[in-house]
Design a protein around this ligand. Structure first.
Ligand code: ZN
Length: 246
């Protein structure tokens, strides 16, 4: 394929040798890729310390057919989203978005998933200065783009509309279950069902309602229904959001 230039988001970085880094990228043109950034850790690297998670730019690399690791030759900054680590909530959610894409993106370009990822990271970054930031709708946005949108309107078992009766969130079945279809998963009151529907459709939900319980349910849904056995390191942190001391 030769030289490729494409928009790319840095999902994760690993140290490689004394001076280099390996980047996991989500690219617009090729989908997920890995690239070796030679010399990125040198003090006067041309990459200038930019190659950190959540950052987006125009990446140029040499791509060879049949090789998984490309060699990065340039990275021109488009979106500098550093600063997300000033909020534990935002950092956790941004990490979940990146890890979901890194572990579960298809091995080809996926414009809808790329957009869900970048809209999420931009939306989170815009909330850095808010007192009670939330952003669970972006987790659902990426889950939806991966093809795992939860069923929140009809019972996953009997298909009847979920009404005012207490619903349960049946993570393994992939959505809400009505009161008549037997217990599986935690109970939601009508307000919580409303909030979940808002978040799944792209939110935003009232910060008070988009609380730790909603974060835990998103984490459980991903664990049981989306990740299928893959261990995502960021999920336990998502589960703990909203608990005292976190
Ligand atoms: Zn039912």
């Amino acid at each position: 394929m030769g030289l490729v230039t494409t928009r790319a988001v840095v999902l994760q970085t690993y140290r490689y040798s004394e001076t280099s880094k390996i980047l996991r990228l989500m690219t617009w043109d090729l989908g997920p890729c890995s690239a070796l950034a030679r010399g990125a850790l040198r003090p006067r690297s041309r990459f200038g310390g930019l190659l950190e998670p959540f950052v987006e730019g125009e990446a140029t690399f040499y791509s060879r057919e049949g090789r998984d690791l490309h060699t990065l030759s340039g990275f021109e900054l488009r979106r500098d989203r550093r600063g997300l680590d000033r909020s534990i909530e935002l950092f956790t959610i941004a990490s979940v978005l990146c890890e979901l894409v890194m572990r579960l993106a298809p091995e080809h370009d996926d414009p809808a998933l790329y957009r869900a990822l970048t809209e999420g990271l931009d939306g989170l970054h815009a909330r850095v200065r808010e007192k009670a930031p939330a952003g669970l709708e972006y987790v659902w946005g990426v889950v939806n783009a991966l093809g795992f949108r939860p069923e929140v309107e009809r019972c996953v078992s009997c298909r009847r509309a979920i009404g005012v009766n207490r619903a349960r969130f049946d993570f393994e079945a992939g959505g809400l279950r009505c009161g008549s279809c037997g217990p599986a998963g935690p109970k939601l009151d009508p307000e919580e069902v409303d909030t979940l529907r808002t978040l799944v459709s792209g939110g935003p939900a009232d910060g008070r309602r988009a609380n730790g319980r909603q974060a835990r349910w998103a984490a459980e849904f991903i664990r049981h229904h989306v990740a299928e056995g893959a261990q995502l390191k960021s999920l336990p942190f998502l589960s703990r959001l909203g608990r005292p001391g976190s």
